[in-house]
Design a protein around this ligand. Structure first.
Ligand SMILES: *Cc1c(COP(=O)(O)O)cnc(C)c1O
Length: 397
C-alpha cells in the first residue's frame, strides 16, 4: 500500500498528515451516479478546499468519474480550479463583491446573482470582452440565506432581461433540513416549484434546475430536477442517519501521525498545560505531533482516543497547539494487551487501523460539532497525502 502513497518533499517534514483516498472519492461518485437517473447532471461541491480534502485533486478525480460541474464558495476557489485545468462549469454559490466581476468573466466562473446592479455590471463586463456571462438565480425558499424570495423573481428578471450578454444558466434552491421527506423540506420544494412555474409563465427559461444536496439526492428523487449538488457524500460521510441504509459510502479522509516520543512516567506525574491529567500508575505516555492548530478541537482534551495497532489509547491532558499526549493503556476494558508504542509508530486519530476505527462522526460528536466542520478544520494545516490505485491521474506527479 505504501508504494501507492505519493509524498512530496514537504509532506515528509512533519509526522502528522491527512491521508486522502481518491479511490474512495471515485467509489462515492459512482454510488451517487447509480442513484440518480442518467440524464441528471452531477455537480461536485468543492467549497472550503473540498471540505479540507484538496479541491484540485478531488476535482480531477470527479472529472474522471463523470462529474459535469462544480460549486465553490469563493472566487479564489474557482480561479484555483481554472488554473489547475478544470474546464467544467463552476458555480459560485453566492454573489461576490462588484469588484470581483472582471475575474469572474475572465475565468468564466458563474456567480449567483441577487441584485440588479450586479447583473447589469456583469453583463456590461461580458459585453466589453465579447462574451456572454452565465449566471445562476438562487431562490430562497426557506433557508433565509442567499438568493431572492419567490415574489421578487419576476420583477428582477423583467429588469435585467433586456441585456443580451447575460445568460440564466441555472435556477436553484437549497434545503434547510436534511433527513426524511419531512414537512419543512416539502414546503421548500413546493415554493421552488411555484417559482419555476411563475418564471415559465412569464416566458423565462430557468435553465438547469437544481436543488438537491447529498441528503436530498440520496433520500428524495423528486428533488433531482436537472442536476444534483453533492458535497459530503463524495467525501464518504453521511449527511444524516437516514442515508446510511441507502448508499454505501467510503470515508475519504483519515488523520494519521507518528509517535514523536514515548516516555515512561511514574505515578503522580502531571501531563500537559494546567496539569489536569495525572498518571495514576506507571505509564508510557506518547507525544503526538498534532494539536488544535491542526484542527483537533481543544475541547476534545481527555475525551478522545487514538488508535495504535487498531486498539484505542485514551488521549489525556490538554490538547496543545501543535501536540497532544496519549496513555498507553486501554480506553475501554479489553482482553487484548496494548502493544508497546515506539517512536515512529503510526497512530490513527481518524480512520481505520487493523480492526479498529475512529470515525469523523464519532470525533465530531464528542467535540459537539458536525463532521462538516471537523473535516474543514483538520484539512486546513495538515499536509495531505493522496492515495490513488486506479486510473491515470496522480496528483503529485
Ligand atoms: C454546501 C452546499 C451543498 C452540499 O451540501 P452537502 O450536504 O455537503 O451535500 C449543496 N448546495 C449548497 C448551496 C451548499 O452550500
Amino acid at each position: 500500500m505504501v508504494d501507492d502513497v505519493r509524498l512530496d518533499d514537504m509532506t515528509l517534514m512533519r509526522d502528522a498528515w491527512a491521508q486522502i483516498d481518491l479511490d474512495a472519492v471515485t467509489h462515492n461518485a459512482q454510488q451517487i451516479r447509480a442513484l440518480v437517473p442518467s440524464h441528471v447532471l452531477l455537480m461536485g461541491v468543492l467549497k472550503a478546499n473540498a471540505y479540507g480534502h484538496g479541491a484540485v485533486e478531488v476535482a480531477h478525480t470527479l472529472v474522471e468519474a463523470g462529474y459535469d460541474a462544480f460549486a465553490v464558495a469563493t472566487l479564489q476557489e474557482g480561479v484555483a480550479l481554472r488554473k489547475a485545468g478544470i474546464t467544467q462549469a463552476i458555480l459560485l454559490l453566492s454573489q461576490p463583491p462588484l469588484h470581483a466581476i472582471p475575474l469572474l468573466v475572465e475565468h468564466e466562473i458563474m456567480p449567483t446573482v441577487n441584485t440588479v446592479e450586479f447583473a447589469i455590471e456583469l453583463g456590461e463586463a461580458a459585453l466589453s470582452t465579447g462574451k456572454c456571462a452565465s449566471y445562476n438565480l438562487k431562490i430562497d425558499t426557506g433557508m433565509s440565506r442567499f438568493g431572492l424570495q419567490v415574489h421578487e423573481v419576476i420583477e428582477f428578471l423583467d429588469t435585467i432581461s433586456f441585456h443580451r450578454a447575460l445568460k440564466l444558466w441555472g435556477t436553484f434552491t437549497h434545503f434547510a433540513t436534511v433527513g426524511t421527506v419531512d414537512w419543512p423540506m416539502q414546503d421548500q420544494l413546493k415554493r421552488f416549484e411555484q417559482c419555476l412555474a411563475l418564471m415559465r409563465d412569464a416566458g423565462y427559461d430557468p435553465g438547469i434546475v437544481h436543488a438537491a444536496n447529498s441528503a436530498a439526492t440520496i433520500l428524495c428523487p423528486q428533488t433531482h430536477f436537472n442536476m444534483v449538488r453533492t458535497g459530503i457524500a463524495l467525501y464518504g460521510l453521511h449527511p444524516c442517519e437516514q442515508t446510511r441504509s441507502k448508499i454505501d459510502l467510503q470515508p475519504v479522509m483519515s488523520i494519521r501521525a507518528r509517535a514523536l516520543q514515548v516516555k515512561h512516567l511514574p505515578t503522580g506525574t502531571a501531563v500537559s498545560y494546567g496539569r489536569l491529567a495525572q498518571v495514576n500508575k506507571p505509564t508510557d505516555v506518547v507525544v503526538i505531533p498534532l494539536g488544535y492548530a491542526d484542527g483537533l478541537p481543544r475541547r476534545l482534551s481527555g475525551k478522545m482516543d487514538v488508535l495504535h495497532c487498531g486498539l484505542r489509547m485514551p488521549q489525556q491532558g490538554a490538547i496543545c497547539m501543535d501536540a497532544c499526549m496519549a496513555f498507553v493503556q486501554h480506553s475501554t476494558p479489553s482482553t487484548q494487551r496494548m502493544p508497546a508504542v515506539e517512536p515512529g509508530d503510526e497512530l490513527v486519530i481518524v480512520g481505520k487501523q487493523m480492526d479498529g476505527e475512529i470515525t469523523m462522526d464519532e470525533l465530531a460528536h464528542k467535540a459537539g460539532t458536525i463532521s462538516y466542520e471537523l473535516m474543514c478544520s483538520l484539512g486546513r494545516r495538515l499536509n495531505r497525502v493522496y492515495i490513488k490505485r486506479s486510473g491515470a491521474y496522480s496528483p503529485l506527479s
